[in-house]
Design a binder for this molecule. Structure first.
Ligand SMILES: Cc1cc2nc3c(=O)[nH]c(=O)nc-3n(C[C@H](O)[C@H](O)[C@H](O)COP(=O)(O)O)c2cc1C
Length: 196
């Protein structure tokens, strides 16, 4: 009987809807990188605005699909810009949807790695800290360690791809850290063997 390796499924959440987004480019860089044996699926966060009246069993279908995808995943990688020293609305909105139902959220104890990206030298560090704080309130399992904060993005991300190999290598090592955490925490292998 043949076996094949099924890589861990990771959901990538860009905190920007912009076509030429630097944050999206970082996720695409991770998605395509040969050193990262993961199945990274990027979700565009154009969800309706959170409304508690529309939540529950009748939550919008797109939200139900979003929650299910998170629930099935091994972990989440968020790559986000900083807007006015804080979390972009689209990302906060998505985390609010994913945080419910209270006490039963698919994000509870889900490993989440946060990467911030900005053309400023500060790299979106303030948004980075705020996203971690939101995740801790759920509580998701925020992956600690050296923060992946990518500054001066305009000079490093060219034509939608990350030209700076050091930044990408740093981000990849953080994703490996998340996979190692997942194995240690849940005892699950980093890759699954499937019989085919
Ligand atoms: C409404 C708005 C607020 C912004 N505020 C900040 C900020 O506080 N700090 C920062 O580093 N960049 C800020 N920027 C610049 C963004 O980092 C920049 O537009 C970035 O390219 C957006 O991310 P993206 O490339 O992933 O779309 C702001 C941009 C917008 C549109």
């Amino acid at each position: 009987m043949d076996q094949r390796v099924i890589p861990p499924q990771i959901i990538g959440l860009p905190g920007s809807l912009r076509q030429q987004s630097y944050s999206l480019a970082v996720l695409r860089g991770l998605q395509a990188h040969p050193d990262l044996a993961v199945d990274l699926r990027i979700w565009r966060l154009d969800l309706p605005l959170y409304n508690e009246d529309e939540d529950g069993s009748a939550a919008p279908v797109v939200v139900q699909r979003f929650r299910n995808a998170i629930g099935r995943s091994t972990g989440i990688v968020i790559a986000t810009p900083e807007y006015n020293h804080g979390i972009p609305g689209v990302l906060k909105n998505a985390l609010d949807w994913a945080s419910r139902p209270f006490g039963k959220s698919v994000l509870i104890h889900k490993p989440v790695l946060v990467i911030s990206v900005s053309p400023a030298f500060t790299g979106g560090a303030r948004a980075h800290a705020q996203v971690n704080e939101t995740l801790l309130s759920i509580p998701a399992d925020v992956i600690g360690g050296p923060q992946v904060v990518i500054g001066n993005a305009a000079s490093k991300i060219v034509d939608g791809s990350v030209a700076d190999k050091n930044d990408l290598a740093f981000a990849i090592s953080a994703v490996h850290g998340m996979l190692a955490y997942t194995s240690a925490r849940w005892g699950q292998p980093q890759s699954l063997l499937a019989e085919i």
